[in-house]
Design a binder for this molecule. Structure first.
Ligand SMILES: [Cu+2]
Length: 299
């Protein structure tokens, strides 16, 4: 009973610390425990940790501590001058084999339930292919026909100026809509990286020649930070993952901006192509002229 209440006190204290004004989507200085959840599965991860793992760990630690204290006091040379001579006790040996098996089975039931939940991806709204490189990330949006966006660490000066965390902020975030299932296909281009983002409970290895899959459904608009979570070389600490969750309208606008043909190169190619043909066809020349004119001062 005493042990049970101690477990309860320890767990609530731990949960209380975690809830005390933790920042969403990034680490909080001085905080312990898991980052607050911002996606469905992360809630289950926190529940599993808080109500299954922590109580079991606390109970076992207290039990072992109690046993050690009891042995030290009861069986020291002074208190127990003549030691017992037996070396086996079948009952206790069966107990200390069976009880851990039962504990592991309890953990396994909840652990597998969570693993299956990760595997059972709901119908995704969209897919992002995240490729790990030495040392940056590439985000490709096949559904939106956006070819790979390169996302590197935001330099320290720029991060400071913007007031965002250095080594977590990226030059180009992965932009996704809120309340939508996003499938992330994860792969590596050179060595093994890992796509990890605590607030969404993500951690998927990025392995060259292999396409891994994970998913999330962001609950709130905001910016969420993660990091490469597999030691991948000297700049391992400098390939952050930034996911920007925006409203559907903002996402559509972002897609439009990303898919719109860039203005300057279009003008030059349009100007260059007719120029090559103009000598033969007279009417083409005036049409090409206005396009070519604004391009000229730039070059
Ligand atoms: Cu890496």
């Amino acid at each position: 009973m005493l042990a049970a209440s101690a477990v309860l006190v320890a767990t609530t204290a731990f949960a209380g610390l975690a809830l005390a004004q933790d920042r969403l989507g990034q680490p909080t200085p001085g905080a312990i425990d898991l980052q607050p959840a911002a996606s469905v599965l992360k809630h289950d991860v926190i529940w599993f940790h808080q109500w299954i793992l922590m109580p079991i760990i606390t109970a076992i630690t207290l039990l072992v501590l109690g046993l050690i204290i009891y042995i030290v006091l009861r069986f020291n040379k002074k208190a127990n001058p003549i030691p017992a001579k037996f070396s086996h006790n079948t009952t206790i040996e069966i107990i200390w084999t069976v009880v851990p098996v039962i504990i592991l089975m309890i953990i396994a039931i909840f652990s597998f339930r969570l693993l299956f939940a990760y595997n059972d991806m709901p119908k995704p709204y969209m897919t992002v292919k995240a490729t790990g490189y030495q040392w940056y990330w590439g985000y490709e949006y096949p559904d939106q026909k956006i070819s790979e966006i390169t996302s590197v660490v935001l330099p320290e000066e720029e991060a400071k100026a913007k007031g965002v965390p250095f080594r977590l902020a990226a030059t180009e975030p992965m932009v996704v809509p809120v309340h939508q299932v996003v499938r992330v296909q994860v792969t590596g281009a050179d060595v093994i990286h890992s796509f990890g983002l605590p607030a969404f409970g993500l951690k998927t290895d990025a392995i060259p020649g292999r396409l891994n899959e994970t998913w999330f459904n962001a609950e709130k608009i905001g910016t969420y930070y993660g990091q490469c979570s597999e030691l991948c070389g000297v700049d391992h600490a400098f390939m952050p993952i930034e996911i920007k969750v925006v409203s559907q309208a903002d996402f559509d606008a972002w897609v439009k901006a990303k898919t719109a043909p860039p203005a300057a190169p279009a003008a030059t190619t349009a100007a260059a192509a007719p120029a090559a043909v103009t000598p033969a066809s007279a009417p083409a020349a005036p049409a090409a002229a206005p396009v070519a004119a604004p391009a000229a001062p730039a070059v």
